[in-house]
Design a protein around this ligand. Structure first.
Ligand code: ATP
Ligand code: MG
Length: 364
C-alpha cells in the first residue's frame, strides 16, 4: 500500500523531491490499530521461520553471556516486518529502544546524542539506514566496531581528536534498499536478515489472529481469499482485513465470509492477484506507453507522476517476484503473464530482439 508520508532522500539521490516532501518530516505516527496488530514477542511472529530461529539463537546467547545483541541489519520490501522484528527483540531483552531514521540524521551532531545516551545493552533502531549521509556513516564505523567515537575539538592547528568511549549497545538497521548501503557499513553488521514475501498460508494465519484481535469473525475461506490477495505482505493483509471488516459491519451483520470479502475487495478494485489500481497502472504504462519495455524506472515514474522511490520500493518488488515484470540490463520488461493479467494480446517478438529469451539475455 502506498504511504502518504515519504522522507526525502540524500542530495545525490536519483530522484527529484516530490511535492509536499520534507527531509525533516517526522515518520508517520503509528496508527493505533496497526500497533495493536503488531506482534510483540518472538512467539507471536508468523512466518519468516529461518529469520526468527536465528534471532532466537542470538537472543539466547546475548542473555547467557550478558552482552548486547550483535548489530543486525534487516532488509526487504515495505511492510514485511523489519520494524516489528526490532520491537520484538527489544521486548524479548527488556532493554531500552531508541528510534531514529537515516533521513533525519543529516550531520554527525544529529547522531551524537543517540550514541552518548545509549544505555548498556540498549538498542538503537535506525530506519531507512540507506539514507545516512556518508559522513555520518563513517562517523559510526568506530561505534559499531569498538564502541567509541572520535570527536574533533577546536579548529585548525589547535584541533584535537578526543576518543570518547561509549556503552556497549546494539544498532539495528532497516532498509528497503540494501544495495544502496556502502560495503563497509554492511560489513559492520554481524547479522544480515533478508525478509521475503509471505506465503498465503502464513498470511491466512496472520489474518485469522488479527481478526480475533479486532473482535471480528472470519471464515477460513475468507481468510485464505484475503491472504491470496495481499501481495505477500502482512501490512497489506492487515489493511485489507480492516477494510473487509468495516464493509461487513456496514453491509451485513459483521461476520466476514467469502462473498463479503470478494465484494469488499471488488469495491476497492483489488483484483484476483491482489493487485490494486496502482499496480495495474504500472503494468498498463509499461505495456501501452513503453510497448512492454525495456524502460527505466525513472521514465515509468515520470509518466505515472510517482516518485522513483515509490516505484522501486512499493510497486515493483511484488511484480518482480510474481514475474509480471523482469529487470534486464536495458530496463524493465513486461512478461507474458502481465499481458495475460491485463487481458491484452502480446505482440509477436522477433527471437533476436526478445529480451526475455534466456539465450539472448546471456549476451546482454
Ligand atoms: N511476521 C509477522 N507476523 C505477524 N504480523 C506481522 C509480521 N510482520 C509484520 N507484521 C504486521 O505487518 C505490519 C507491518 O510490519 P512492519 O511495520 O514491521 O514492516 P516494515 O518492514 O518495517 O515496513 P517499512 O519498510 O514500511 O518500514 C506490522 O504492524 C504487523 O502488524
Ligand atoms: Mg518499518
Amino acid at each position: 500500500m502506498a504511504r502518504e508520508v515519504k522522507i526525502k532522500g540524500k542530495p545525490d539521490d536519483d530522484r527529484e523531491p516530490g511535492a509536499g516532501e520534507d527531509r525533516h518530516a517526522p515518520p508517520p505516527p503509528p496508527d493505533a490499530v496497526e500497533e495493536k496488530l503488531r506482534p510483540q514477542r518472538l512467539s507471536e511472529i508468523i512466518g519468516q521461520r529461518a529469520v526468527a530461529e536465528r534471532l532466537s539463537i542470538a537472543l539466547a546467547a546475548a542473555k547467557k553471556r550478558n552482552e548486547p545483541l550483535p548489530h543486525i541489519l534487516f532488509d526487504g520490501p515495505p511492510g514485511l516486518g523489519k520494524t516489528t522484528f526490532a520491537g520484538v527483540l527489544h521486548n524479548e531483552l527488556g532493554v531500552e529502544l531508541n528510534l531514529t531514521s537515516g533521513a533525519s540524521l543529516d550531520k554527525k551532531m544529529d547522531v551524537m546524542p543517540y550514541l552518548t545516551n545509549a544505555a548498556e545493552g540498549s538498542i538503537l533502531f535506525i530506519d531507512e539506514i540507506h539514507r545516512l549521509p556518508r559522513a555520518v556513516e563513517e562517523f559510526i564505523y568506530p561505534v559499531m566496531e569498538d564502541f567509541r567515537v572520535d570527536v574533533v575539538l577546536g579548529e585548525g592547528m589547535a584541533a584535537r581528536t578526543i576518543n570518547l568511549p561509549l556503552k556497549k549497545f546494539t544498532i539495528i538497521g532497516a532498509t528497503t534498499r540494501s544495495g544502496m548501503l556502502s560495503a563497509p557499513l554492511r560489513e559492520r553488521f554481524h547479522m544480515h536478515e533478508h525478509l521475503e514475501f509471505y506465503d498465503p498460508e502464513d498470511l491466512a494465519r496472520i489474518i485469522t489472529i488479527n481478526a480475533a484481535k479486532l473482535r471480528a469473525t472470519i471464515s477460513d475461506e475468507a481468510a485464505w481469499e484475503l491472504a491470496g490477495r495481499s501481495r505477500g505482505t502482512p501490512r497489506i493483509a492487515n489493511s485489507r482485513l480492516r477494510w473487509v471488516r468495516d464493509y461487513a459491519i456496514a453491509r451485513a451483520d459483521g461476520a466476514i465470509d467469502l462473498s463479503i470479502s470478494r465484494d469488499a475487495l471488488a469495491m476497492q478494485e483489488i483484483d484476483s492477484e491482489g493487485m490494486d489500481k496502482q499496480d495495474r497502472r504500472y503494468l498498463d504504462t509499461l505495456i501501452r506507453v513503453f510497448k512492454g519495455g525495456p524502460t527505466g524506472a525513472e521514465a515509468l515514474a515520470a509518466t505515472m507522476t510517482l516518485s522513483v522511490d515509490t516505484i522501486r520500493d512499493e510497486v515493483e518488488p511484488y511484480l518482480l517476484r510474481r514475474e509480471f515484470v523482469v529487470r534486464t540490463p536495458r530496463g524493465r520488461v513486461a512478461t507474458a503473464a502481465a499481458y495475460r493479467h491485463l487481458g491484452l494480446a502480446q505482440p509477436e517478438v522477433d527471437p533476436e530482439d526478445d529480451l526475455l529469451n534466456p539465450q539472448r539475455r546471456l549476451f546482454l
